[in-house]
Design a binder for this molecule. Sequence first.
Ligand code: HEC
Ligand code: HEC
Ligand code: HEC
Length: 233
Amino acid sequence: MAAAKPSERSRGQASREACGETRPGRGGRACPGAGRHPGSRHAGHSPEATLAAARAAAPSPTPSAEVNAFNRLLKPVGRFNRPAVESGIHDPANDMTLQLQPPSVAFAAMPKSMAGNHVDWVKSLDSKAIAPRWDRNDPAAAAVVMDLNIVREVKGSMPDVVYPHKQHTEWLDCSNCHPKIFVPQKGANQISMASILLGQKCGVCHGKVAFPVSECRLCHSKTEAVVAAEKKP
Ligand code: HEC
Ligand code: HEC
Ligand code: HEC
């Protein structure tokens, strides 16, 4: 689903170029095969009508800051934590939207990070800057925290990945990951950066609701210093 967008886009672009549409002075040329395409809505129309319709449907060629907007991991700098009216999520016409506390105000006192919404959520929880309810209906319920690290060996120059159950089970239930995202058995799951970037495996959350893929070292954290420290008796 996430992967379909860019490829659709480039296919559309390629076919427009093939039709000479992007080249000035050749605008009148009919797209070869336009009328013959089995799925074409415009089959049977004149080449001019086809071209006009294609032009109307084509995205504006004006360059904008949004060139990478299809990639949720490359959000333009400076566009995070905007007030609710500008968030694109809340209805700007609704009066209540204006009464919502802007995230930048709510997050001001919280430990900072370099990415995502620039809050270090792990530290925020550790330092009790926030105390979210574990159970919506039971204010006394507490998380079942499991302190188990899983090291995933990485072939290549990146340090190995240390997956910490502790930081996850402070927020999440076992069933958020097991068994749908990960079979609960060390090494039983195929994980790659490609799948993470496509929003699978760790990417189901990282880049969406947890720190993004740009923070390599938070996951690839098994440095030589850590390895050496573990080897000491
Ligand atoms: C955020 C996702 C996530 C959550 C939540 C989570 N786990 Fe896991 N779990 C993993 C991953 C990733 C692995 C490693 C799988 C692999 O190496 O292929 C794993 C592995 C395991 C293993 C296998 C350990 C081994 O040595 O083979 C067990 C058992 C396990 N989890 C139990 C739990 C329990 C119990 C909970 C809840 C208290 C829990 N997990 C919560 C992601 C999660
Ligand atoms: C959310 C955690 C996470 C982040 C952030 C992350 N990685 Fe990974 N990375 C993984 C996991 C998990 C694997 C799979 C390890 C395995 O083989 O089991 C992996 C594998 C890799 C591999 C091995 C080959 C491959 O593609 O699978 C490379 C290289 C790599 N990562 C580089 C990076 C770089 C560079 C960054 C930062 C731009 C990064 N990673 C950020 C979790 C992460
Ligand atoms: C179900 C959602 C979910 C999945 C799947 C998931 N994570 Fe996380 N992860 C979180 C949340 C939520 C946090 C805490 C908030 C944050 O740090 O952004 C977190 C935090 C972490 C941290 C702690 C960083 C710190 O500051 O201490 C690491 C490391 C990490 N994840 C690695 C991984 C790796 C590697 C995988 C895949 C094997 C993975 N996560 C899969 C949701 C998830």
